[in-house]
Design a binder for this molecule. Sequence first.
Ligand SMILES: NC(=O)c1ccc[n+]([C@@H]2O[C@H](COP(=O)([O-])OP(=O)(O)OC[C@H]3O[C@@H](n4cnc5c(N)ncnc54)[C@H](OP(=O)(O)O)[C@@H]3O)[C@@H](O)[C@H]2O)c1
Length: 332
Amino acid sequence: MSMKYRHFGNTDLKVSEIGLGCNKLGNSLFDKSKEKDNIKLVHQAHELGINIFDLSPSYNYGDTEKMIGKAFKGNRQHVIYSTKVGRLPSSLAKYAKKMMPIAGVLRPFISPFKKSLKKASKSQFDFSENQINTSLQKSMLQLQTDYIDLFLLHNPSIDILQKGDVFEVLEKLKKEGHIRYYGVSIDTAEEAKLAMQYPVSALQIPFNIIQQETAFNIFSHINPQKNPGIMVKTPFLRGLLSSKKLIREEYFTDKMVNQIKLKNAEFDFLTNNRNLNHIALQFVLQHSQVSTALCGTTSIHHLKDNIKHDSMPPFSQTELEKIKLIQEKYPF
Ligand SMILES: NC(=O)c1ccc[n+]([C@@H]2O[C@H](COP(=O)([O-])OP(=O)(O)OC[C@H]3O[C@@H](n4cnc5c(N)ncnc54)[C@H](OP(=O)(O)O)[C@@H]3O)[C@@H](O)[C@H]2O)c1
């Protein structure tokens, strides 16, 4: 069970085929005691061969970047930081951060409303030159580094991608040496195709055994040696594709959850000693266009289990054809 590495598109980076998605790693409003465990987890991830860590200054109000900065202080040159820009915490979240010191006292009063508060806190976006420079400086400070390996626009709108002036700002930062490469985190194939009109080195895309549309609409345009490196976000569909069978309604409507459950049940034929996480990872990594699957986890046990996917037999042609039929039956 040893980690494999893949070229990252047209860059000189070699990334572990499993990367660590860090959006859940960081102090939360209600629990400030997580840092020690999180640092242990990212060290363990690194020891297991993971060299790419996906971040954003918006994750946990900046605490995720701060924790990673502490974890790899003195070891910076051995890790690849992918962080983002343009997505700002909502004003509600900023307010919540200010309340952090007294969160313990407020907890019993706030807890019943946590779900509705979360829904109310929609992110805001700003891709202006000023915001890009400020955010980069902040990320470098939090990560205790003077360069970022991969700097991604965090879900820019079609309008921003069409205008394109944001890429001139990124190119300038690259020339100045603050960032090694830049790219875009997108959701749709239309966004990906627009982004690829610029000299981007990274595309972060949603791709998993259930959500295949964006990836298959762009894979035929991707030459792994020449084009941007493909990093997959949500390989476990935010936990819905996991042996935990956890249902995360906050991201999906009831109709979608039911559809996913029906589809998951059809993957039983793939089991063959694999659990649902292994199936999900094998599916994503069996595509050579993918450089790394960013697996989100807060558990060392899950991390180790995910790496085991590699010891399972690859899907046969018949299995791949059956997966295709299931996809056609339940488009998502
Ligand atoms: N807009 C964007 O740019 C964007 C959006 C979404 C995600 N991302 C990136 O992609 C990364 C991954 O996305 P994600 O974390 O939302 O979703 P994900 O990786 O598809 O799923 C994460 C969920 O899977 C569970 N899981 C992982 N391994 C497991 C195992 N072996 N057994 C059981 N459960 C397991 C995790 O629970 P445990 O914690 O209990 O293991 C967690 O609930 C993020 O961290 C982030 O870096 C970027």
